[in-house]
Design a protein around this ligand. Structure first.
Ligand SMILES: NC(=O)c1ccc[n+]([C@@H]2O[C@H](COP(=O)([O-])OP(=O)(O)OC[C@H]3O[C@@H](n4cnc5c(N)ncnc54)[C@H](OP(=O)(O)O)[C@@H]3O)[C@@H](O)[C@H]2O)c1
Length: 162
């Protein structure tokens, strides 16, 4: 049995990205992301997959897309619908991370046991991708750590479904 965890960095208005890139450069958050996800399967949408310059080491990449799997490196697991992807996750024990982007968080929020949200104390009016809104009362939240990079303050929060 696995634990499905959404992991994302969001602005004050749930901003996630712009032009298929992250908005803020936060090296300590990238380190946090690496520490959390290394050794675990990572689920992503096609746009997020395309936003990486290369495969992330030591993580099974699972991509949701309408494209043919011949377009992907052989080590990537490709799915064309959410249900068959969820079915295949049953083979994993332990943590499975949903790493974005916006469309994937929106679809998998209902299946998540936990969320690790980096809440950035900034706004970006030109963002074009947003994390879905969710009912805070449905989740038990804990601040894991306060952090700062390049003068930008942010907090790592864990949300566990009540
Ligand atoms: N701040 C963060 O933590 C964070 C994390 C990740 C991403 N991001 C940002 O989020 C943005 C990308 O989000 P996005 O919503 O545009 O893209 P996305 O969720 O990464 O990918 C969307 C694509 O995935 C495929 N897809 C989604 N649902 C599907 C389904 N049910 N069946 C089959 N294919 C499906 C489709 O690809 P095709 O139709 O093309 O095959 C769709 O166009 C970027 O700006 C990125 O930098 C931010």
């Amino acid at each position: 049995m696995n634990n499905l965890i959404l992991i994302a960095a969001i602005g004050k208005n749930n901003e996630l990205g712009k032009d298929n890139k992250l908005i803020w450069y936060l090296p300590n958050d990238l380190k946090f992301f690496k520490e959390q996800t290394t050794g675990h399967p990572i689920v992503m949408g096609y746009n997020t997959f395309k936003s990486f310059p290369r495969l992330l080491p030591n993580r099974k990449h699972i991509v949701l897309t309408h494209r043919d799997e011949v377009e992907f490196p052989s080590e990537v697991d490709v799915f064309h619908d959410k249900n068959s992807l969820l079915e295949s996750l049953k083979q994993y024990d332990g943590d499975v991370f949903v790493i974005g982007g916006a469309s994937i968080y929106t679809q998998f929020l209902e299946n998540a046991d936990k969320m690790l949200l980096t809440e950035v104390d900034k706004e970006e009016t030109t963002a074009d991708a947003y994390f879905p809104s969710f009912e805070k009362e449905d989740w038990e939240s804990t601040i894991l750590k306060e952090n700062e990079d390049n003068g930008i303050k942010y907090k790592h929060l864990e949300y566990r479904r009540k």
